[in-house]
Write a protein that binds this ligand. Structure first.
Ligand code: PLP
Length: 455
């Protein structure tokens, strides 16, 4: 037998289980993002702000399932809501309409300025896909515009220029469309317009030239969950898209319930035409939602205001509604846990305390790096931030190239060994159950990690 390569002396079980996984699962992971060399840490328990691995190590969790777990692990009222819903219904799912769909739709409409009607999906990916299709159907135009560095889910149409090699990405002010994966048809490369984030003048130039063919712009109002759009940029973009007949889609899968209860749109005071939600909305279960203006959303209504029996009998105009389906859409167990999650976030002072703690962690981390003369800034808004090892201003994808990712990665590996969990180079998400003690321990771990890598 060959010797197992270990992340640390304390992760032997993880390494062994990963060896077994690799035999039956390509790369040993069911999502590429979950891979960590030499082996991921295999978790077996979660509680509050902590994760516990198969070797019984404890970690303060800042990954929080990529931001989904805003209440941390195992929040009691979320557990009760999910189990209570199943018990009461006597089933996991009905496969028919049910009351919670309307309750959740009404909740989202009350919180998000740009949402007047709602449809549910099973993931953030499906939500952005449906938003893009809706925009194409509504405008009758066939091209999509997206920003360089923005992620909208793992499918062909948007797996372009998320994290491109700079040599392939071309001019910063007119970026090329670069596929992020093998297997992306040229069609999408040719029919997707890539825009430079936080550069209104260059974006305007591209849009004015191509407005006749662009159906919508999809964007993360906060790139990667941590690089905010400048207010002037996002206000200008809203005005420009209105003028040019291009729909504006906010992908708030990360920012929803995290930047504010009404997402980035509430914070910026901007009404997008369509919004995609996910993550926090499911209370830790898979979910997505698309919301938007009534007039636009109505195009997926099957009856389109007609008598459906007559329309069916005539069997014509079959394709004039937008197709949207899904076996599990609007899953009652998931909506129950999502509603329980929102109920906690709506309690007075909860979001403020979350933001206060996030700010406190950011400030203390900045102080530590300063003491050790490492150029560092935290970049973020609300309950998410990232650690950028550079003092230059970070406003888009190209700026990220200025950061020292080699040092960051070394530190992140030491932090894993010290019990601070996030994927190397990933952003930090906070939960409402992270305590002052967690923050202090995290700051101390960073100081230890710095000392180790500076040796
Ligand atoms: N959009 C954004 C901004 C995301 O961050 C993600 C996931 O990380 C998605 C879409 C895709 O969501 P899901 O992973 O639920 O398909």
């Amino acid at each position: 037998t060959t010797k197992l390569e270990l992340l640390s002396e304390n992760t032997k079980q993880s390494a062994q289980l990963f060896e077994n996984a690799k035999k039956v699962i390509p790369g040993g992971v069911t999502a590429n993002i979950k891979y960590i060399a030499p082996h991921p840490i295999i978790m077996e328990k979660g509680k509050g702000s902590k994760l516990y691995d198969v070797d019984k190590n404890e970690y303060i969790d800042y990954l929080l399932c990529y931001g989904a777990l805003i209440l941390g692990h195992g929040y009691p009222s979320v557990f009760e809501a999910a189990m209570g819903q199943m018990k009461e219904a006597g089933t996991t799912i009905f496969g028919t309409p049910h009351r919670l769909e309307t309750v959740m739709a009404e909740k989202l409409i009350s919180l998000y300025p740009g949402i007047e009607m709602v449809r549910f999906t099973n993931s953030g990916l499906e939500a952005t896909l449906l938003a893009i299709r809706t925009a194409m159907a509504y405008t009758g135009k066939q091209k999509l515009a997206k920003f360089e560095g923005h992620y909208h889910g793992g499918y062909d149409q948007v797996l372009l220029s998320v994290n491109p090699e700079v040599e392939q990405a071309g001019d910063a002010v007119i970026p090329n469309a670069v596929p992020e994966s093998q297997g992306i048809p040229d069609y999408y490369v040719e029919n997707t317009v890539i825009l430079p984030f936080n550069d209104l003048a260059s974006t305007e130039k591209i849009l004015r030239a191509r407005a006749h063919e662009i159906s919508s712009i999809i964007m993360e109002p906060i790139q990667g969950g941590f690089i905010p759009a400048d207010q002037e940029f996002i206000t200008g973009l809203r005005a420009l898209t209105e003028e040019l007949g291009i729909l504006l889609i906010f992908d708030e899968v990360k920012t929803g319930f995290r930047l504010s209860l009404g997402g980035a749109q509430k914070k910026y005071g901007i009404k997008p035409d369509l919004t995609a939600l996910g993550k926090v909305l499911g209370g830790g279960f898979p979910v997505g939602a698309i919301g938007g203006k009534k007039e636009i959303m109505q195009i997926s209504a099957p009856d389109r205001g007609r008598d459906i029996l007559t329309a069916g009998a005539e069997n014509k105009n079959k394709n004039d509604a937008l197709f949207h389906s899904g076996t599990y859409n609007g899953h009652p167990t998931i909506l129950a846990s999502g509603l329980a999650t929102i109920e906690v976030l709506e309690r007075e002072g909860t979001m403020e305390a979350l933001f206060f703690n996030t700010r406190s962690l950011r400030n203390q981390l900045e102080d530590v790096y300063k003491r050790y003369d490492i150029p560092m800034q935290t970049v973020g808004e609300g309950s998410i931030f990232n650690i950028i090892l550079s003092k230059s201003r970070i406003k888009n994808y190209r700026d990220m190239g200025k950061a020292d990712t080699t040092l960051r990665k070394k530190l992140d590996y030491e932090l894993l060994k010290l019990g601070v969990y996030t994927k190397p180079l990933n952003r930090y998400s906070m939960s409402v159950v992270h305590t002052e003690e967690d923050i202090t321990r995290t700051v101390e771990a960073h100081e230890k990690a710095i000392k180790i890598v500076q040796k």
